[in-house]
Write a protein that binds this ligand. Structure first.
Ligand SMILES: C[S@@+](CC[C@H](N)C(=O)[O-])C[C@H]1O[C@@H](n2cnc3c(N)ncnc32)[C@H](O)[C@@H]1O
Length: 295
């Protein structure tokens, strides 16, 4: 229950001006670009104010300039992460762009199951996984067509720059709206009720397929082996062309020849990647063999 003192405090906060200038926005935009590759434009000026003003006030500061000084201090790692988390767009839901999962189940999974059962190492990466709906959708799909996947060397890695969404992904508790695109038959077989809430949680074998890790796509990637499939959907759209190209090039490097890359519905690979991939479906690309290697 909200007390009178809390209410009065909240009203006082609303009254207090937080000074926010175009120069503050420029500094925040520059910081976000350098730290994440995300490009904020003038159209985002109000959004930045709306998402950060409360935090500026909670810290007892009266200007964005003071807040940016604080958050970008070398030692203020936690506040820096919080700032990044406040300004990333984390929208997602289960089976988003469901044609990708149909393609995965029909065109990719039979080969993955055969190779996995033959003892090959199978790795799938959900890059920019947000709160986990995407990698759990992949795991659901995988276990439908390859129910013994866990008995083989098959893993799904799910990464994001935003530690707050990764914490929610690890909790794996989802409101019904997030499951709106999940086929009805799968809801019963793949989810358990979360006691005391109307939320649902993917069943334990689905959760066990996915490992969540923080990873910034614009920093060096720590992988040794290659991936069979990469989903990186609705992440690059917020970045500038050079950063996108750098990320697509990286995916080409870490995908095995014949592996697949799924990107968001409004994203396109940079022209320089044209020879590296073949378009095999709507925003679905198959990595070509390296000509010199002949495979
Ligand atoms: C809109 S969500 C996409 C979620 C999911 N892929 C989908 O399509 O439903 C974009 C995610 O990309 C993450 N992101 C943005 N910049 C990133 C970066 N430089 N490295 C890793 N993740 C990043 C954000 O934190 C956010 O969770």
């Amino acid at each position: 229950m909200t007390t009178l003192a809390q209410l009065t405090g909240a009203l006082a906060r609303l009254d207090r001006e937080v000074v926010y200038t175009p120069q503050d926005f420029d500094r925040i935009a520059r910081f976000m670009h350098e730290a994440t590759g995300i490009r904020l434009t003038e159209a985002n000026e109000r959004m930045v104010y709306a998402r950060l003003a409360g935090r500026v006030q909670d810290l007892g500061l009266d200007s964005f300039a003071a807040y940016v000084d604080l958050a970008t201090l070398a030692l203020a790692e936690e506040e820096r992460d919080r700032l990044i988390s406040s300004l990333t767009t984390n929208t997602t839901h289960f089976y988003r762009e469901s044609y990708h999962f149909d393609f995965f189940a029909q065109q990719i999974l039979p080969d993955i199951a055969a190779r996995g059962r033959a003892g090959e190492r199978i790795r799938i990466w959900s890059a920019g996984c947000s709160t986990g709906e995407e990698p759990f959708s992949i795991a659901m799909c995988l276990l439908q067509g390859f129910p013994d996947a866990a008995a083989h060397d098959v893993k799904i890695l799910a990464t994001d720059i935003d530690r707050a969404v990764l914490a929610r992904a690890a909790a794996a508790s989802y409101p019904p709206g997030s499951l709106r695109d999940v086929p009805k038959t799968l809801i019963d077989s793949c989810f358990d009720a979360v006691p005391g809430t109307d939320h649902l949680m993917p069943k334990a074998p689905i959760r066990a397929m996915v490992t969540f890790r923080p990873l910034n796509l614009i920093e060096p990637w720590p992988f040794r082996g290659r991936f069979d499939v990469i989903f990186c959907r609705n992440v690059a759209i917020y970045m500038d062309g050079d950063t996108q190209e750098q990320i697509w090039t990286g995916f080409h490097r870490v995908l095995r020849p014949g592996g697949h890359l799924f990107i968001g519905h409004s994203e396109r690979l940079s022209p320089s990647l044209k020879g590296g991939f073949t378009i095999v479906g709507n925003t679905i690309h198959r990595r070509n063999a390296d000509p010199a290697a002949g495979r």
